[in-house]
Design a protein around this ligand. Structure first.
Ligand code: NAP
Length: 481
């Protein structure tokens, strides 16, 4: 909880993300008192037709649509919510005056959270204007939250970091990766570092390989223009999957705080071997069937070129060259129009050195696996072999299971968690500049190389080449139930 409240300035306040994910949680947290008192929300966009009343209505509708309404919502919005139009430099001078007057009238002490939910092309210009009119400094604390994507390659990420650092110190910057805000992802660190049982086997002596799958059953919906410029490597791998990799592979931090945790994640990125062409498979969905319904191929989607070579699927093999992980492959895959929505980390342990029970019936029993399911049906399963009752001697691979919903009920959403952390001033769940740069250094050469794109039928698990990537090492993708 912050002292003397907070002014939350939401840039891009009329956009899709703001309406669906940010406004409902900002308002819900504020009404619960989690963001401190007094509280004010100032929405900003370029739309000259929008005003205080219009934005208050939009906020009330967004909150109600998210199931967080209530009788007093309209009155609450009337008191706490304002709007400002900004599309030219003079409007930022006006905004600086408006911010000060809202703070003065509301008895706020100058704590400000600026959230940039803007098209990436607008980040630099808006940050420059904020710096120019003095919005980067305030009598209280000032924090800047930046949505993904942070750059589209190494050069642009470095340029954006330079822009941000001209106006803000790194200690003020909260780069969002909403995957990291998920309870299940945070629990990865608790699982590893609070349970010595697992940490003692978390290394090359005991682990054969690690798989990270983020599968989506949806296509690109109405975001064809965006996706044509982005592709799957930039949209998912460089940020979300790589964040998961660093959390699986990092060493024990000196403390559970932002500096220590992020320092260890950066070390993992620095230790990642360069990705060679035969470590990576790009795919693009063709027409197929998902959940029993026929669907278009990527090239038939709106705003997509008929001969597009943009990847909607990536599978890759990474190596983390540390003492802990040397020789253990990390297989990452993600794609659109796969058979179902699934985010899962699968740690496969080494086979026993002597196969005592290897008979005709037992040979196919799989190795021990730890399956960490991040969505849906969040939970963990430890798969191990048991004897089936009766004769002959048969083994079966069965799970020891922990289910989040069963144990704790509904989990907070990632944005709910992350918004509260911004106001608390805890950067642990946000991405440091060095992480962004470390990650782009690994992936930019691949983007520059222009890899071949293999087609896969919508509703399949990706192109055959993705299976071959693991088969070469004697492994196969694991798909849980
Ligand atoms: N939508 C998602 O599910 C999602 C998920 C993850 C991350 N993100 C990221 O979140 C950000 C916003 O995405 P979105 O989908 O909400 O985009 P969007 O629907 O296009 O909304 C963009 C918002 O920014 C405003 N805007 C544009 N240029 C501006 C400028 N120069 N100054 C002030 N306001 C400006 C727009 O309103 P005006 O046109 O009136 O200015 C609108 O309110 C992007 O960085 C995106 O990558 C989105």
């Amino acid at each position: 909880m912050s002292d003397n409240g907070v002014l939350f300035v939401l840039f891009g306040a009329t956009g899709d993300l703001a309406r669906r994910e940010l406004v409902p949680w900002i308002v819900d947290l504020a009404r619960r008192g989690t963001l401190g008192e007094p509280f004010r929300l100032l929405g900003v966009a370029r739309d000259p037709a929008m005003d205080d009343a219009g934005f208050q209505k939009l906020v009330a509708e967004s909150v109600t649509a998210a199931g967080r309404g209530g009788d007093d919502l309209a009155a609450w919005c009337g008191k706490h919510v304002r709007f400002h139009t900004a599309y030219e430099p003079g409007h930022y001078d006006d905004m600086a005056r408006l911010v000060r007057s809202i703070e003065q009238d509301g008895g706020l002490s100058g704590n400000r959270a600026y959230y940039l939910s803007l098209p990436p092309s607008a980040f630099a210009q808006v940050i420059d204007e904020m710096g120019r009119v003095g919005l980067a400094k305030s009598p209280g604390w000032t924090r800047l939250v930046i949505e993904k994507p942070f750059g589209r390659d190494l050069d642009s990420a470095q340029a954006l970091n330079a822009t941000v650092h001209r106006a803000f110190d790194e200690s003020q910057i909260y780069r969002i990766d909403h995957f990291v805000g998920k309870e299940t992802v945070q629990n990865l660190l608790v699982f590893r570092f609070a349970n010595p049982l697992f940490e003692s086997v978390w290394n090359r002596d005991r682990i054969a390989h690690v798989q990270i799958t983020v599968a989506e059953d949806i296509g690109i919906k109405t975001r064809g223009a965006f996706y044509e410029q982005t592709g799957c490597l930039r949209d998912m791998v460089q940020n979300h999957l790589t964040q998961l990799l660093t959390m699986v592979a990092m060493e024990v931090p000196a403390a559970y705080d932002a500096d220590s945790v992020r320092f260890e994640k950066v070390k993992v990125l620095r230790s990642m071997a360069p990705l060679e062409e035969d470590d990576v498979v790009f795919g693009q969905y063709a027409a197929g069937v998902v959940h029993g319904k026929p669907v278009h191929g990527y090239r038939e989607e709106g705003d997509v070129a008929k001969d597009s070579t943009v990847e909607t699927f990536v599978a890759l093999r990474a190596h983390v060259n540390t003492w802990r992980w040397h020789g253990v492959p990390f297989y990452l895959r993600t794609g659109k129009r796969l058979p179902r929505r699934l985010t899962e980390i699968v740690v496969t342990f080494k086979e026993p050195p002597v196969r005592l029970f290897e008979t005709m019936q037992c040979r196919l029993v799989p190795p021990n696996r730890l399956v960490m399911r991040l969505q849906p049906d969040e939970g963990f399963s430890l798969l191990f072999d048991v004897k089936r009752p009766g004769e002959p001697l048969l083994l079966e691979n069965l799970p020891l299971h922990f289910d989040y919903a069963e144990a704790f009920g509904a989990l907070p959403t990632a944005y709910e968690t992350l918004l509260a952390e911004v106001v608390q001033g805890d950067q642990t769940l946000f991405v440091h500049a060095d992480e962004v740069i470390g990650s782009w250094k690994k992936y930019t050469p691949l983007l520059e190389r222009g890899l071949p794109v293999h087609h896969y039928s919508a509703g399949s698990w990706g192109p055959a080449e993705a299976d071959a990537l693991l088969a070469r090492d004697g492994h196969a993708w694991y798909v849980g139930k």
